[in-house]
Design a protein around this ligand. Sequence first.
Ligand code: GTP
Ligand code: MG
Length: 562
Amino acid sequence: FSLLSHCYYKKYTMGTGRLRLRGRTSMLLNVQYKSSTRSNFTGVQTTLETEIIQRRDQARRSLLIQVYSPKSHNDLYNYCSRFGDILSMHHYQVNRNHYQENYILVEFKDVVSVDEIMSYASFVRSDYIAPVKSSVLWFRKGQVAISQKYQTKVALTVEHGYIYVNDKKILNVLSNAKSISGQIIILYETLRLTDLEIRLRFHTAQHLEQYFSGLFHNMRVLPFGSSINGFGRRKCDLDLVLVPNYSQEGNSRLVFHSKPIRHNDRTETKEFLGVLANAMYQFIPGISNVRRILEARVPIIKFHYDYTQIECDLSATNMTAVYMSELLNLYGEMDWRVRPLVTAIRVWAKRQEITTDVPGQWITNFPLTLLVLFYLQQKEILPSLKILKLHAARGDVRCTENGIDCTFLRDINKLPADFKYKLNQDSLETLLHDFFEYYSTFNFDIYGICIREGRQIQKPSHTALHITNPLETTLNVGKNVSFYELNRIISKAQDAVHTLETADKTNEDNWGIMTLLKINNVNTKNLKKLNNTKESETIKNYLENRSYEISDKFDVSEENTN
Ligand code: GTP
Ligand code: MG
């Protein structure tokens, strides 16, 4: 059991290690580091659950280290490999306070190497730091002795243009595509989260979990939302939830005295998050611009994570949000067209100012994604949640602490045959066009959308948009959308149909989805020759990865779409 020990720090004992712990400037507290226990999900492990476990383990075995330049790679490798085998090293750069900062994420083979390296690392010599140990460090200059002579055994993966994909690049790849379907796949492949971004998102969660583990036993910080549901795009926000790990309870006769935290009680959750927000702001390095959004339906702490330049939301509710991400991920896995289509529609909505980064009376990405999934149910490409519930196995049973049943089939291989071998083989171009057509004529006055049933339902309320929350059917996910905003969506969808039907296909700088995405005013003159083979390569890679679902008859090039 670890305690938060309150004490004043005098000159902190310095280690001799070259790795320095990132400390937040402060005078008072020492939150003691305690290694956190890796989560264990109960029940049958399924794809996303397994991936979450693996990613959490990977994050636990990784250190994020600030270096002077990528050239420090050899030196850092030689230093770190004294503590254990290194599996991978990833470099990226961020712009912070007008300076380029270089980071290398080092993945060790064993977690003991991380523990050992951290016990050897030191703090900066100062009275004014909050000396909190964490897995973000910086590599100070040292004698580059013999180390330089040795060749590193692990190549440095370099992420160029980390998180930023500018319009020029998008336009370049889109203008080189041969069909609208090809453009949609390329857009998805260009914007999807990279392996490094996913690693860093789990590392951020791990970073917070380490701090909280100094306060609480067995609390997990889990990423959810688009960081894990397969619909994430470069630079999308990182949604995090703080959840207790009940599965770790023992059966000892001695039980710790503890205070209750009732996450079902709004007032208590708000107070709890308020306290955490203060602690995070004061003591956790890398966290800035902390905002307490405690009056929202789901109270959250918003903050900026400086080391990755990502906006984060931390909530303390229950596992429903994670199970919702599992459901969305499952739908994305069921048919290879789902994710590219959702990406194109999300980007379209952003570019048309249907969605924005700030919440309000407009639709956000989550309900928008549900609109796409519902539409694909109508196309008989995706099954209803009712069917997934019907085919759930014993290992799929999940129920949150507050009694929300989140049971549904999680292994897509066990889907009924009708859904595995779909009759609908519409091209992405057709699906995109028909999506806009479907919603530009949908009767929102009378009907609501229900993913659970897989069909439209009589609207049970007088809100403009009704989208039944798939897991909590009494809730309306589209409740905040005003009549004005809904009409804007309909009118933009009508415009999109018109654009797709009348676009001048001979204008090579502005055709297909480029017009919809409003990215046709960038000069691509000098870029054209660079990527002539890009489309076929990207599509080939994408289809190869998805080969289990592609029918031989299907081809994404315009000439062959049916
Ligand atoms: P982006 O962050 O915009 O890329 O998409 P996202 O899917 O992560 O959406 P967002 O960050 O807005 O929300 C994160 C997750 O919270 C979603 O995936 C849902 O699981 C959940 N969520 C968001 N909005 C709602 C809502 O209105 N009702 C419910 N029940 N859950 C929501
Ligand atoms: Mg999100």
